[in-house]
Design a protein around this ligand. Structure first.
Ligand SMILES: O=P(O)(O)OC[C@H]1O[C@H](OP(=O)(O)OP(=O)(O)O)[C@H](O)[C@@H]1O
Ligand SMILES: Nc1ncnc2[nH]cnc12
Length: 180
């Protein structure tokens, strides 16, 4: 692993048994407190996706907003929010998705994506891939396509990469951690 990736990985704190027994919470707030690590995270993703024909960056609530916004600005692209229910003020499209226990819903403004958009999705962490799968469905329903999604953290044990591959989406994770 190169120096920048090592800095990023070492800046992420791991909290055992949060928010519940058996989960190791990978905390990006500690990375955000190290400007060199935050900057390196943005720079690596921007470098990978510049000049690739992407037309919009979509970030998913809430940690996806933190990384999505500076990446969209650096790529000089529009930044679109996918939010939890009843947060967006204009006409929305909704998509439900399965959580480990129960269901949740994500929403997007119907005019935020247009036919032919080539979207890069940004989130902080890829676990089961449920969040991004729902986000891809929203974008596809509005006529956009998603070829790539980029994450700071991957949890390979939860098979999110494979789940997104089945939808034709390639995933980039900067650093991976074992376990849930
Ligand atoms: O790959 P998945 O299994 O879908 O899990 C990953 C998602 O879970 C977390 O968000 P959360 O829903 O906890 O929201 P938050 O960012 O507002 O904390 C994380 O920020 C990802 O968006
Ligand atoms: N282990 C984990 N750490 C932080 N955020 C998460 N979202 C889903 N799983 C997570």
């Amino acid at each position: 692993m190169n120096q920048k990736l090592e800095l990023i990985k070492s800046s992420i704190k791991s909290i055992p048994n949060y928010p519940k027994e058996g989960i190791i919470f990978r905390d990006i707030t500690s990375l955000l407190e190290v400007p060199e690590a935050f900057q390196a995270t943005v720079d690596i993703i921007v470098e990978q996706f510049k000049n690739k024909g992407i037309t919009k960056v979509v970030g998913t609530e809430s940690r996806g907003f933190i990384f999505g916004a500076p990446i969209a600005l650096a790529l000089e692209l529009p930044f679109v929010l996918v939010r939890k229910p009843n947060k967006l003020p204009r006409e929305v499209l909704s998509q439900s998705y399965e959580l480990e226990y129960g269901q949740d819903t994500l929403e997007i403004h119907t005019d935020a994506i247009v036919e032919g958009d080539n979207v890069l999705i940004i989130d902080d962490l890829l676990a089961t891939g449920g969040t991004v799968e729902a986000t891809v469905k929203l974008i596809n329903k509005l006529g956009g396509k998603v070829e790539h999604a980029a994450f700071v953290i991957g949890l390979p044990a939860l098979n999110g990469v494979e789940r997104l591959e089945k939808m034709g989406v390639t995933s980039t994770t900067l650093v991976d951690f074992d376990g849930h």
